[in-house]
Write a protein that binds this ligand. Structure first.
Ligand SMILES: [Zn+2]
Length: 424
C-alpha cells in the first residue's frame, strides 16, 4: 500500500449477514479439472489427443534440462520461460505483500458474496475501472504464485480510534476469502504449511498486518494477532506510532529516535512469538533500532534499493548490509515510483534492483513483494500478478543466474526466514 488513496472506510462492518460462512458457495475440490463430455464418434480422437498430451507433459517433466552452468545458453524467451515455469512448479513463488483485502473493503464493504475472485476481474466492475486492481485467481494461477502474504491494512486515520477493530475485520475477511476459494487457496502460517499448500496446487495464503497502529500499543493485541495466524507486522505505515517512526514522517535521523523502549519490547515480543518484523515504511532510525534489537531475521515485505531510486520507502546500502548480517530479506517491490522514482518503469528496471542488491549482499537476502492492488503504476511487462514469470525470465536473460538462485529469490529465502523466526 503506497498511499491513503481512498476516503478511508473507517466504519466497521458491524452487521455482516448472519451465517455468511454457510452461505458461501462450496465447490468441488476437483473443479479445476475440466469435465470432458464426449459424444460417440469423437471418443477415439479425444483418446489419441489425451495420449499425445500426456506424452508431451511427460517429456517436459523428464526431458533434458539445462544444468545450472548452461543457463546462459537459453537464448530464446520461450526457453527461459519454460525453465522459470519448471522452477516455480518445484519451489513456491512467495510474494511479500498484496493489498487486495483493502480493495475488497473499499469496493465491496467486505461482502464476499459479491466478489467473484475466480473471474478475470479486468472484465468485472468496479475492478475493471480501477487502476489499483491487478489481482484475481485467474491471473495468480497464470503467474504461478505459490504463496501470498495478504495485507491486513487499515489506514493511519484509524489510529487511536478503531484501528484494532478494523484490523480484526481485515483478518476475518482474508480468512473468509481463503475459505470461499478453498479449492485454490489454503491458509498457511509456517514454511511447512506453505509447502503443503503448494504441493496440493493451492496458493499458500499468509497474513501480514501493515502498520503498528493496528496494535493500539497493546502487546495483548499483538499476541492475539499471532494467535489468529498473522505472521508479520510492518512496524509503521505512513504515520508514526507512539513507539516507532515512519519514513513518511521522519525521513532522517536528525532527532534520533526510531523505536522507543516500548517499541523495542514490541520487537522482542515478536521474536518470542515467532512473528516476522517488517521494516517497509519505517524510518531509517526505526530500521537501525530494530536491527539492533531483533534476534531473529527481519524482512522488508515490499521495498527496493535506495541506491537506485532514492525514495525513503527503499532500503539504503548500510541497512542492506546490516540486513545481510541479520540473515534477513528484502522483498523487492514493483511500484514505478520506487523502481525508477517516476511514473514509468519496466520489468528490466525491477531486475536492476535485484542485481544491485545481489551484488551488495548476495542472493540469499532477496525476495519479491509486488504490492499489487496497493499501487496504480506498474512496470511495463509486470502489469499484474500473472507476470511474475517474466521477471524471473528477465533474471535468466542476464546469463548470470542459475536455477538455485531463482529458487532462492522465488521462495527458498522466505521459507528459510520463516523457519528461523520461530526459534527465538
Ligand atoms: Zn505499503
Amino acid at each position: 500500500m503506497v498511499l491513503n488513496r481512498f476516503a478511508p472506510s473507517l466504519k466497521s462492518t458491524v452487521f455482516p449477514p448472519r451465517n455468511l460462512f454457510n452461505k458461501l458457495p462450496r465447490k468441488s475440490v476437483h473443479v479445476s479439472k475440466k469435465k470432458v463430455s464426449l459424444s460417440g464418434g469423437q471418443n477415439g480422437v479425444w483418446t489419441v489427443s489425451v495420449i499425445i498430451l500426456s506424452i508431451g507433459t511427460w517429456v517436459g517433466r523428464v526431458g533434458p534440462r539445462p544444468a545450472d552452468g548452461e543457463l546462459a545458453l537459453l537464448t530464446s524467451p520461450r526457453e527461459r520461460l519454460e525453465t522459470v515455469r519448471q522452477v516455480l512448479s518445484e519451489v513456491p513463488l512467495i510474494d511479500g505483500h498484496n493489498d487486495l483485502p483493502w480493495n475488497i473493503r473499499n469496493f465491496l464493504h467486505n461482502q464476499l458474496a459479491e466478489f467473484d475472485f475466480d473471474r478475470d476481474l479486468r472484465q468485472v466492475a468496479p475492478w475493471s475501472k480501477s487502476a489499483w486492481s491487478q489481482t484475481d485467481l485467474v491471473r495468480l494461477r497464470q503467474g504461478m504464485v505459490g504463496g501470498q502474504f495478504w495485507a491486513a491494512y487499515v489506514p493511519c486515520e484509524s489510529q487511536h480510534l478503531n484501528a484494532v477493530q478494523l484490523t480484526l475485520e481485515q483478518v476475518d475477511l482474508i480468512k473468509r476469502l481463503i475459505e470461499k476459494y478453498s479449492q485454490f487457496m489454503q491458509f498457511a502460517a509456517s514454511s511447512r504449511e506453505i509447502l503443503e499448500a503448494h504441493g496440493r496446487g493451492r496458493i499458500a495464503s499468509l497474513i501480514g498486518v501493515e502498520g503498528g497502529h493496528s496494535l493500539g500499543s497493546s502487546l495483548a493485541v499483538l499476541r492475539t494477532l499471532y494467535q489468529l495466524g498473522v505472521r508479520y507486522l510492518t512496524l509503521t505505515h505512513t504515520c508514526n506510532t507512539p513507539w516507532a517512526k515512519s519514513s513518511s514522517v521522519e525521513d532522517d535521523d536528525e532527532d534520533g529516535g526510531g523505536l522507543t523502549k516500548f517499541g523495542e519490547t514490541v520487537v522482542k515480543e515478536m521474536n518470542r512469538l515467532g512473528m516476522l518484523v517488517d521494516l517497509s515504511h519505517t524510518s531509517r532510525a526505526t530500521m537501525r533500532d530494530a536491527l539492533r534489537v531483533s534476534k531473529a531475521p527481519l524482512i522488508f515485505s515490499h521495498s527496493s534499493a535506495f541506491a537506485i531510486c532514492n525514495s525513503s520507502r527503499n532500503v539504503p546500502d548500510d541497512i542492506l548490509k546490516q540486513l545481510a548480517d541479520n540473515g534477513g530479506l528484502v522483498m523487492v517491490t514493483f511500484y514505478n515510483y520506487f523502481v525508477k522514482c517516476g511514473p514509468q518503469a519496466s520489468v528490466s528496471d525491477v531486475a536492476e534492483h535485484i542485481y544491485y542488491i545481489r551484488n551488495l549482499i548476495g542472493v540469499d537476502h532477496i525476495g519479491v513483494g509486488g504490492d499489487f492492488d496497493g499501487i496504480n503504476k506498474t512496470p511495463r511487462g509486470l502489469e499484474d500478478v500473472s507476470k511474475y514469470p517474466e521477471l524471473f525470465a528477465e533474471l535468466l536473460r542476464s546469463g548470470k543466474w542459475n536455477v538455485l538462485d531463482l529458487k532462492k529469490v522465488a521462495g527458498l529465502n522466505l521459507l528459510r526466514v520463516l523457519k528461523q523466526v520461530r526459534v527465538y
